[in-house]
Design a protein around this ligand. Sequence first.
Ligand code: PMV
Length: 337
Amino acid sequence: MVWAVANSNLALVKYWGKADEGAKHPAAASLSVTLDSLSTVAEVEFSTRLTTDRIEGLPGGAAARVAAFLDRFRARFGLDRHAHVVLTSNFPVAAGLASSASTFAALAKAATAAADLEVDERELADVARLGSGSACRSIYGGFVEWRPEGSGSVVEPIASKEHWDLRILVAVTSERPKAVGSSEGMKRTAATSPYYRAWLESGSEDFAEARAAIRERALERIGTVAERNCLRMHAAAMAAAPPLVYWEPATVAVMRAVWALRERGTAAYFSIDAGPQVKVLCSPSAVAVVRAALGAVPGVLRILESRPGDGARQVDRPPAWALGPAAASSRAEVSAG
Ligand code: PMV
């Protein structure tokens, strides 16, 4: 039995569109921060005794994605044994909290170790990508970029978690599973949105700007580019046919609360992935005031707090949050969407 833990990540500059659907290479460069407190633990064992894969901890649709990952994993490394996989997350993920990133990064780490494969982090990121694109960034801690290169792509950490003590508050506005997953959503945007080309083009400027902002630890700079990049991604998605609207009324209310904070002099900036939750960037000294403002917005169910965290790692035993009845009930809520 082997265990590995990986964290979710927040894309400050997002990928929304693939250049290669099969190998999941991105159409444009993205840049993320790995979050310390939204984690998944994967337990994996390969056994000749199993005649089929046994996947625990995920509802049907998400378990099917893990089964597909295991088939690709075996094909890549020439393995034939089936696996027993147990996945547990410490956050009740349903929509837009990037559970697929932590799930497939943890799974890649645990599965390669369970199969006794010697792989470096670069290859591990390739393996994680077999499950979901954004998972390749969660192999690394701190600030991570993922760029198209040649006919493929490369993932590279650009700054450690110690580089910048940024805080990320997640305002959860809905725990319902999203109607359209990100893979399907980006495919639809690429195929039908008249703004898809413009989205890709504007992304390269955002990427360069975000890189510089991280290097300088400039909150206003990273916040401005992250907010604009997120709104442009959603604008392109909303213009797809049929339209993709991932927001709830409370999502928009939180955006307005963040703008109101800025008007009152508190530096806070939002980003939103393919779901209704709002992630808010701020400095450690602003956490209390930002938390209070987000908590006062009707429709905000809870607030999670994070800071830059570690990459995927093997552990000797599962963390405490993955044990006991509480973990069993949170598993039922987890989705790898
Ligand atoms: O790779 P996926 O299917 O988890 O898609 C991730 C898409 C976004 O979260 C919206 C953007 C990103 O770069 O993480």
